[in-house]
Design a protein around this ligand. Structure first.
Ligand code: GDP
Length: 371
């Protein structure tokens, strides 16, 4: 049952992983939720289809609007029409590797897009009414200047994505200081889930592991296996976004688990979830992951055909096409401020995240197999 609440929220990037989880979270809290989505000739609302409400209903509390962070007039119109108490700016070109290929678009949407929202709220005279959450990112730390990274660690962005987000971060701080807006950055470390985009490394891994176990794919090709990330669950992270906007004073917060893992170990854990043990050998581009053991009871429990899993089979190889021109090698966040001031404690640890993602992809691949 939804709680009673009369607040209105506007979420940009509603069709993304975080937009979908946040919309669900706010609807449960009784919010009216408006979402901004880009027009596309293909349907891209899979993640929010379960929240859809018939537009003919009188008391709708979930509404979608077409819009784009690169179009100010449209942002002004949607903000004026919806009169939000809270805006969550989650829309972005969010892929680091893709930002090297589309640096100008990334700067426009991720950097100036943030300015457009802040300006819209200011020009509409809504500074007193509207609180703004800006989706900042651990990629700001880039070439890390301290380990772990906290709210006071200097930034050193290493991609067009991170440089654009750096503008978004500082313009949010500047509008807070210049105009006394309630505008905050959540500096979120990587957060994943069963609906994470398929080209991000965790989801790429869990999808491939499920397919390999079902005999639908041979091998998984990855880039830098030694990169380390602080991976949390998106469900926990959207709650932190909301908490950041419920404080007395607007402030910025690091949201992270405080645990870091290599891509290589994430691969090992994902296969292990299905009872398959992988060993890595070789260096650099020659490194590979081979099946060295199988837990037959686990396979049987999951109804996986053991004849499809072969000892000695190479299931992971390196493809340098996935390397980045400049890499972020190590991210690990210090969530102390969020833990103490927001009372935010994540419910998922890495193992629970891996289990959720691998089991969900196993289910999905089985369904797709029979379509
Ligand atoms: P990011 O932290 O926002 O860039 O999230 P990603 O999931 O895209 O990448 C996390 C890390 O995994 C980066 O350091 C990548 O270099 C590394 N990585 C290794 N292989 C791959 C791959 O095949 N795809 C992606 N996306 N990342 C990879």
């Amino acid at each position: 049952m939804a709680e009673q609440n009369t607040k209105t929220a506007l979420i940009t990037g509603i069709t993304g992983q975080d937009g979908a989880y946040l919309a669900e979270f706010l609807l449960k809290k009784g919010y009216r939720v408006h979402g901004l989505k880009r027009r596309s000739s293909l349907f891209n609302t899979d993640r929010i289809d379960h929240l859809y409400q018939d537009p003919h209903l009188d008391n709708r509390n979930f509404t979608l609007h077409f819009g784009d962070l690169t179009d100010s007039t449209n942002l002004i119109r949607v903000i004026q029409e919806t009169q939000p108490d809270e805006i969550y700016n989650l829309a972005a070109q969010s892929h680091v590797k893709v930002s090297f290929d589309t640096p100008e678009y990334t700067a426009n949407a991720d950097g100036i897009g943030t300015l457009r929202i802040l300006e819209a709220v200011r020009l509409l005279g809504m500074i007193e009414k509207t609180r703004i959450y800006q989706a900042s990112t651990s990629e700001l730390y880039g070439l890390v200047q301290a380990v772990p990274q906290s709210e006071t660690t200097p930034f050193y962005p290493r991609s067009p994505y991170a440089v654009a987000k750096m503008y978004g971060y500082w313009i949010t701080v500047n509008y807070r200081e210049a105009y006394k807006m309630y505008a905050c950055n959540g500096i979120l470390f990587n957060h994943e889930s069963p609906v994470r985009g398929e080209t991000f490394v965790t989801r790429k891994i869990t999808r491939a592991v499920a397919k390999i176990a079902l005999g639908l794919q041979d091998k998984l090709y990855l880039g830098n296996l030694s990169a380390q990330r602080d991976w949390g669950h998106a469900k926990d992270y959207v709650e932190a976004m909301w908490l950041i906007l419920q404080q007395e004073k607007p402030e910025d917060f690091v949201i992270a688990t405080g645990v870091t893992t290599t891509v290589r170990d994430f691969v090992r854990l994902a296969f292990a979830e299905l009872g398959i043990e992988i060993e890595f050998s070789g260096k650099g581009e020659q490194e590979k992951g081979v099946i060295i053991d199988v837990d037959e009871e686990r396979l049987a429990e999951l109804n996986i055909d053991k004849s499809l899993i072969k000892f000695g089979q190479t299931v992971v190889k390196v493809d340098p096409a996935y390397y980045r021109p400049t890499e972020v090698d190590l991210l690990i966040g210090d969530p102390t401020k969020a833990n103490t001031k927001l009372g935010w404690i994540p419910k998922y640890d890495l193992q629970m995240l891996v289990t959720d993602m691998v089991q969900s992809d196993l289910h999905l691949m089985r369904k797709e197999e029979y379509l």
